[in-house]
Design a protein around this ligand. Structure first.
Ligand SMILES: Cc1ncc(COP(=O)(O)O)c(C=O)c1O
Length: 406
């Protein structure tokens, strides 16, 4: 049993890693298997890569892109920025693409299929590629949650005409995206504006934050400051009745003036190039399996995935709960970066009432941290607290009515 509250935040880039990056000329594109044999363009953010993919592939006004109904919303907004329309397709409660719904949703205007590899697990690429080829459609893979992951045929993200990546989710920086294009889609490297000095200032501030929390922990102040912060947040968020489709945060929307046509910061590029990715995959997989073991068989705990296939680099440990907000609150109050995954809804383009399974995922998913910064002691703590919280939430929800969310 772990004593006291531990700091278990999200992944972050250490200040030392930035220093190493400063002196290194490393470049990731030659060493990451997911980028093998592709044209790679570094972009300011993942959403920049989505918008650029649309532009370079000729997707625009008059076109439709088929998009998965279970989504972050940021990627939808970047597609909408191209002028194309979006048409949602069904995703099951196990995060599987419903191929039969793609067939139904295809129209004369359909130009591309956009798909997401959720949490590092690969979608059925051979079937999707075959169908897109038969239909003359472009295929865009969203690997924002699948950096360093591979499937039976190798690195994820090499089947589509384009694939996009978001570096912060796995590496813990603030900004960074990649667009990779298939050989058949090679283009002249686009001219992008530099990310700028302020992006680096933000990165260093972001990297310093965990050090502050850990310093407070050493001084014995972490627990009390966390509960003050938590109390303020709870007051701020407890002001209204729960709604079926709460809006996604404003900063998830695409801001053309800052997000469009901007390059990856060169320091983020070298930091990524020096990142020990094989070590990260191994660490995340170990943590995932240990957490799965610790939570196995507990009533009220339902992991999204039953297995961790070879090659998957899990973004986090996604678990389905019936009292999402209460669970997240309880976990965060103990210093654990549990997230109500994609709880917000994009305001345009999708009629959410047509997608009950995707809405169910949005309402019931919590993710637990398993990233490379979670060491043995912290993982034991995450496992112990998560087991307590999820078990008691399961018991409460069995005793009460289930929530009515579509
Ligand atoms: C599935 C998915 N695609 C794309 C993005 C965009 O990435 P970024 O935040 O780096 O712009 C996000 C996150 O916001 C995402 O969750």
């Amino acid at each position: 049993m772990v004593k006291g509250i531990l700091y278990c935040g999200g992944p972050s880039v250490g200040l030392r890693d930035w220093l190493v990056a400063y002196y290194s000329g490393a470049n990731f594109s030659s060493s990451w298997p997911q980028l093998d044999d592709r044209q790679v363009i570094g972009t300011y953010r993942g959403r920049t890569a989505v918008a650029l993919a649309c532009r370079l592939l000729g997707i625009g006004p008059g076109h439709e892109v088929l998009v998965p109904a279970y989504n972050c919303g940021t990627e939808l907004d970047a597609i909408l920025h191209s002028g194309a329309g979006i048409v949602g397709y069904q995703v099951s409660r196990r995060c599987e693409v419903a191929l039969e719904d793609l067939v139904v949703k295809r129209t004369r205007r359909t130009r591309a299929v956009y798909l997401i590899h959720y949490f590092g697990w690969e979608q059925p690429m051979q079937e999707l590629r075959r169908w897109c080829d038969e239909q003359g459609l472009l295929l865009i893979e969203d690997c924002a949650l699948a950096l360093f992951s591979s499937g039976p045929l190798g690195g994820i993200g090499r089947t589509g005409d384009a694939a996009i990546f978001s570096l912060p989710k796995t590496l813990g920086c603030c900004y960074g995206g990649l667009l990779s294009l298939a050989k058949s889609r090679l283009v002249e490297d686009p001219v992008l504006s530099p990310a700028g000095y302020s992006a680096m200032v933000k990165e260093l501030q972001h990297s310093g934050r965990p050090l502050v929390w850990k310093g407070l922990k050493r001084l014995g102040l972490y627990g009390s400051l966390l509960s003050v912060r938590h109390g303020i947040r709870r007051d701020r968020h407890s002001c209204g009745p729960s709604v079926a489709f709460p809006p996604m945060p404003d900063d998830y929307y695409f801001q053309p003036e800052t997000d469009a046509d901007r390059a990856l910061h060169h320091r983020v590029c070298t930091m990524a190039g020096t990142h020990p990715w094989q070590e990260t995959v191994r660490h995340r997989r170990n943590n995932y399996l240990r957490l799965a073991n610790a939570l196995q068989g507990l009533s009220g705990v339902k992991p999204l995935y039953e297995r961790l296939p070879d090659g998957v680099c899990p973004l986090s440990f996604p678990v389905l709960v019936s009292e999402r907000d209460a669970c997240v609150e309880a976990l965060q109050s103990k210093g654990i970066a549990a997230l109500p995954w994609w709880a917000g809804f994009h305001r345009n383009g999708i009629d959410w009432s047509q997608f009950p399974d995707a809405c169910w995922l949005k309402h019931n998913m919590v993710t637990l941290p398993v990233h490379q910064g979670v060491d043995d002691q912290h993982l034991a703590y995450v496992a112990e607290i998560s087991a307590q919280v999820l078990k008691s939430s399961g018991a409460r929800s069995r005793a009460s009515q289930p929530p009515v969310y579509l």
